[in-house]
Design a protein around this ligand. Sequence first.
Ligand code: SRM
Ligand code: SF4
Length: 571
Amino acid sequence: MTDELSRNEHIKNASAYLRGTLAEGLTEEITGAIVEDDQQLVKFHGMYLQDDRDLRSERRKKKMEQAYSFMIRVRITGGVFTAQQYFHLERIARVYGNGTLRITTRQTFQLHGIIKSNLKAAMREIDNALLTTIAACGDVNRNVMSNPNPYQSRAHRAAYDLANAITDRLLPQTTAYREIWLDGEKIVGSDEEVVEPIYGKTYLPRKFKIVVAVPPSNDVDIFAHDLGYIAILDKAGAVQGWNVTVGGGMGMTHGETDTYPRTADVMGFCRTEDAVAVSEAVVTVQRDWGDRTNRKHARLKYTIEDRGLDAFRAEVERRSGVTLDKPKPFTFTTTGDRFGWTEGEDGRSHLTLFVENGRLRDVKGGAQWLIALNRLAQAHDGDFRLTANQNLIIANVAPERRSKIEEIVADHHLDGSASALRRNAMACVSLPTCGLALAESERYLPDLITVLEDRAAAHGLAEDDIVVRMTGCPNGCARPYLAEIGLVGKGPGRYNLYLGAAFDGSRLSKLYAEDIEHEEIVAQLDPIFAAYAHEAVAGEHFGDFVIRAGFVAQSTNGADFHANTGARRTS
Ligand code: SRM
Ligand code: SF4
């Protein structure tokens, strides 16, 4: 390997298919951490080493080791899990974790606060739940998302089936996971040693994310992902095939304009029987063409920008043996969830509940998610879904069980009537666990929304769906650059304000105000709410309005995201 390669490439190469010294590190009692190289490798196993950032300075003063613990991210294709699986996860959170479960923006659960000595026990329980965490993080294909309700229609079922088929094809083959976490037999070095047929020894240059969407709902935010499939339906509602999207991504670094969020391009159309082969080809082209020297330039979005979509498509076609047709027309209307009850084609119903920022916990006098879900899981013969908007669906409910579900939901205040603004808001985890956070997010957004709700209501906008998203740093974990109002952490208590993304998730926003604090955020948004209330035409979404009214220029693609910022000012 050459020195030009990034450090992570050397770590992966020397890791013997993701083993490193993880097994030894777990038994090392002198520290709650693991060595640096293993911190990179453990991500492929679905974990991050973190420390409680609220306690950092106090512990430093006392010359104590940081309060280390691990975050575990489960892999749940399409966000579908059973009542039994829920019981296991809740138990792990209660016994080993911080007593909460966190629904992520990619339809899965994270468990925070698990100390090293409890990791193996937690991982065994996840295995007992017939779940896994392999490749939930790391430079591999991660949790595949799909429209969260396979029972809603045949097309939704087909989307979920495709998500599962892609998951299976792209799963790492290393036996390191079983060996380290589940005390499987060590076979490294023997004739049976697994070689990764798709990834090879160094896996992918960077993380890789796949989603499957069923129009008109873009509730998986397809344009934010490396690879996506859009169901194209015939008149009877059956899937004809899939438009394939490539090169979406959110991450960037403040002040580095050669890093930017990008919406995916629609590359072509394929038949269902070719869709998995296409996914493998996209992944292997990125494996071979992606930048392994600079991790800030290693995502597929930069490969597509550098090589061009045509060259990328040609190579995917050559490797897969599939000729892609021209993309078919499709229409998305929203990235949001449909709250309340919906009816499936088979007569069973589904209840979507709003979970503020995805955090499941019991709040005194408020929503008691863990108690309620425990009761729901016992009363419910269907299953559950997590949405990419951090919400929860009680799915596949038989007609005779609806009233019981409603009773439990009411008993534990799960149906708290959130405002339109709050229902459409989402924040990343950020402090105190995220090591990359520059500002608060999950712990601050609810309070900001309370103030903005007032301002919106004062202008008669209480019922307007306006998408607000916040992240504690520019990495974009809550996809803030696809929000009509995006707030991105710049430093403690300070945020950049972005405006003008499309309600249907197809257009990025633009920087409107930089490095502002709470009062200024409200002061900037209030007159824009007023202008929207008075000047918007019927049916015009907030994100479209701010462009037409001249508050921001339109972002046409990733490369022009940083250009032409700030237009009409209110102060
Ligand atoms: Fe993320 C890193 C949390 C979705 C872009 N993300 C992190 C880490 C692991 C911080 C770290 O590397 O140390 C965060 C852990 C925080 C914590 O304490 O739990 C973290 N990301 C999350 C979650 C939990 C946010 C949430 O509130 O739900 C989401 C978990 C998703 C999942 O279940 O797999 C999450 N992250 C996303 C998304 C949204 C998406 O994929 O739809 C993005 C933007 C899309 C994209 O990938 O471009 C995203 N996360 C990042 C990045 C920037 C990547 C880049 O290309 O620059 C990082 C930093 C990195 O990779 O170096 C990051
Ligand atoms: Fe952490 Fe930044 Fe992701 Fe928020 S956006 S979870 S602060 S990495």
